[in-house]
Design a binder for this molecule. Sequence first.
Ligand code: ATP
Length: 286
Amino acid sequence: MIHISELAFNYASKPVYADFSLKLTQPGVVGLFGRNGSGKSTLLKILSGLLFPDHGKVEVLHYEPKRRLPAFLEQVYFVPEEFHLPDIKIAALQKHHAPFYPKFSHPDFVRYSEIFEIPQDKGFATMSLGQKKKAVIAFALATHTPLLLMDEPTNGLDIMGRAQFKQIMSGPEHADRLVLISTHQAHDLENLMNHVLFVDGGKIALSASMPQLQSALHLGITDDFSQTEGCIYHEALGNQWAYVAANHHNHAGKINLELLYKALSINKQGVLDAMSKNQPPVEKSA
Ligand SMILES: Nc1ncnc2c1ncn2[C@@H]1O[C@H](COP(=O)(O)OP(=O)(O)OP(=O)(O)O)[C@@H](O)[C@H]1O
């Protein structure tokens, strides 16, 4: 579905990607993680055809995004982190924009709008930031495009909004699409994710499915500091210690993505060594 090889991209003189490669071949929810400024939004814009690579090959759903062919654009929806909406009501949003997306589902849009409690009688100019974001997400999910790109979708949503987002995203109607989500709110979405990507230094630091992570890593909490010896990463948690270690027991445990993110930021090589030593015989990419 996504095939990038040897991508290079610079903003004027600011290099963001150099020799970046990535392959995602299966539908599912993929989390895109990385430090501030690591290039996540830039990648989503390149994939949606809003920015053009300087070098390398980018293929999405068998199209080159930079050509912006209508047959490509009707299959991809991008929810940016920041957006401007005209002062219209959500019924008008649907009327004017839905015809661009052949698989758009009116009943699903109504259902998602109800779950999100989006006001029907207000124009966007008088909606709150969270209400506008919910309207855009409800629309994006109702397009049923095979590829959905979302940049920080839960930013600006309250606790109920985040729960509503998870509820909608878990629906079986999204099972066949690839949903690539850039987020710093790892905890919000970790139960939904099938695969995670970490970008660092203009390259993919890690691309792994959840089963691969669960098989290779053991994340836990202990009262006994001596148990953190030899771990890939540990941190104080009140009177206890949270840690990331290589999984020597072959029990598939729960992956706390925030802890994994810190482990990768502080000791990337430790994580990669554990991953390379313990790979289950499962899919190699999402
Ligand atoms: N329009 C632009 N012109 C010049 N430089 C830019 C532009 N947009 C982004 N950058 C720079 O490119 C790099 C990557 O930015 P990008 O927004 O893709 O990062 P990000 O990973 O999405 O960051 P964040 O987590 O903070 O949202 C950053 O160093 C940023 O300063």
